[in-house]
Design a protein around this ligand. Structure first.
Ligand SMILES: [Zn+2]
Length: 460
């Protein structure tokens, strides 16, 4: 019999995140061939011979975590104003003067650093929503870096098209011409979007929000998405400033406006959704719109009134919810493990009961929920036969988990801190025994610091 490419064996437990949330205990094993999971089993019998064998004694296997919302460039201005900024508009005015100066080197190094941090937190698929384009072909640079790092990517061609002269919330010179956005979107889809289940890159269209994007860029993006079979992404219902602006300019709530623009479709996933009404939750569910919940971003600057996102209510209404880190200027870290844990804690705090979110629920959001949100349901976010071999191994025999013998998923997310021990994307190693494969971290951080210094010199 031919050898398979990879066999991970002797696992303490495997959280498959299949439809029945099955957890395999006692010497679980998993085989990979040609980038796909081809066999899963338990015990010593039936294991195939393999070219590479990884001993996962004392470890928990999960699907690689899936990040459904982020802006990777924001790690260049991380933690700059931890206590000084209140409200979304002031936040924009604080950071726009710096982000306006993004150059290609800044984008390339920040994408790399962001992906490294995500990888070490167990993430194997990233979403990057780039809505500021100070130079042409910015998304191409993002995609090239992600391919080089080896991370699966949902590349969201974001945009701002509503300049300050038209009442938009951005600085002079930052808004793009709508025609340029549309033609670049179509170019990117044709060049990079891979519809196959094994795709390493897919493209989505993402006007930033209703305060800085024209109505027509929303409607035209929806038309293009339908024509080319790509997805739609934006920020919505995420801050009182936005609600006030949208009520004043449109006479409706942000979600009502989004619905009127043709965005309530199964192809849409929205970041935040902190303020949905009961009726809006029902309509989101009926339309098949997903939500990317970014827990840290909703509390880190002092907490949003009425927040965080009502995840339990959304789930009960039938809305699919995934997890996202958001940018490192909103959430400061880029750890999917930490965001998953924070989602668990905030849901329990919000609802006042443990039942609001179990550890398994939280892991579901970070795997199956996020995969569905970005349109990859079935091929990532689960360890099942035929799925892409995007796998995270967590070492559960360290000090922080000593005494935890029963439930590794609960230990992973209620305990910690955790960093992934090893991970693979489509069967290719991303992290090996705690280290990024083939990456000189010191050099990468030093390169990134140069760009961060340059950008932060534009702080006002
Ligand atoms: Zn965001």
């Amino acid at each position: 019999m031919n050898k398979v490419d990879l066999l991970i064996t002797n696992a303490k437990s495997i959280a498959t995140m299949n439809d029945s949330r099955e957890v395999i205990l006692d010497n679980g094993w998993l085989a990979v061939q040609d980038g796909l999971i081809v066999q899963i089993g338990t015990g010593s019998t039936g294991q195939p011979e393999a070219i590479t064998v990884v001993d996962a004694t004392g470890c928990l296997l999960t699907p690689g975590l899936v990040n459904s919302h982020q802006h990777l460039y924001q790690n260049l201005t991380r933690s700059m104003k931890p206590n000084g900024v209140t409200g979304l508009t002031e936040w924009f005015w604080t950071y726009f003067p710096m982000w306006k100066e993004l150059d290609e080197e800044a984008i390339r190094t920040s994408v790399r650093l962001g992906l490294f941090e995500l990888a070490l937190s167990g993430c194997t698929t990233a979403t990057d929503h780039e809505y500021i384009h100070p130079f042409p072909y910015l998304m191409d640079a993002v995609i090239e870096e992600a391919a080089e790092v080896g991370m699966r990517l949902m590349a969201v061609r974001g945009s701002m098209t509503l300049g300050p002269e038209l009442g938009g919330v951005c600085l002079p010179g930052m808004a793009e011409d709508e025609e340029d956005v549309i033609s670049d979107s179509i170019r990117l889809i044709k060049k990079w979007h891979d519809p196959k289940p094994s795709a390493m890159v897919q493209i989505a269209l993402g006007p930033s929000n209703l305060m800085s994007s024209t109505k027509t860029v929303f409607t035209r993006s929806a038309e293009i998405a339908k024509e080319y079979g790509v997805r739609l992404h934006t920020h919505i219902a995420d801050d009182p400033d936005e609600t006030e602006y949208v009520l004043e300019h449109f006479g409706k709530t942000p979600l009502e406006v989004l619905e009127s623009l043709g965005w309530f479709t199964e192809a849409t996933w929205c970041a935040h959704v902190v303020y949905p009404s009961e009726a809006e939750m029902q309509r989101l569910a009926a339309a098949g719109v997903s939500v990317a919940h970014c827990p840290s971003a909703t509390v880190i600057d002092g907490g949003l009134p009425g927040g965080p996102t009502p995840v339990r209510d959304l789930l009960n209404a039938g809305v699919n919810v995934g997890i996202g880190c958001d940018g490192a200027t909103a959430g400061d870290h880029q750890s999917m493990w930490m965001e998953t844990k924070t989602a668990l804690l905030l849901s329990r705090l919000r609802e006042g009961t443990v039942q609001a979110m179990t550890a398994m629920d939280a892991l579901w959001l970070a795997t199956r929920g996020s995969a569905k949100a970005i349109g990859r349901e079935g091929n990532i976010g689960q360890l099942s036969i035929g799925a892409n071999a995007d796998i995270a191994i967590w070492k559960m025999d360290g000090i922080q988990y000593a005494g935890s013998l029963v439930d590794d998923v609960t230990a992973l997310l209620q305990g910690g801190p955790a960093q992934v021990w090893s991970s693979w994307v489509g069967g290719a190693p991303l992290v090996r025994e705690g280290k990024l494969v083939g990456i000189n971290v010191e050099e990468e951080v030093s390169r990134h610091t140069k760009s961060a210094r340059r950008l932060q010199s534009f702080s006002q």
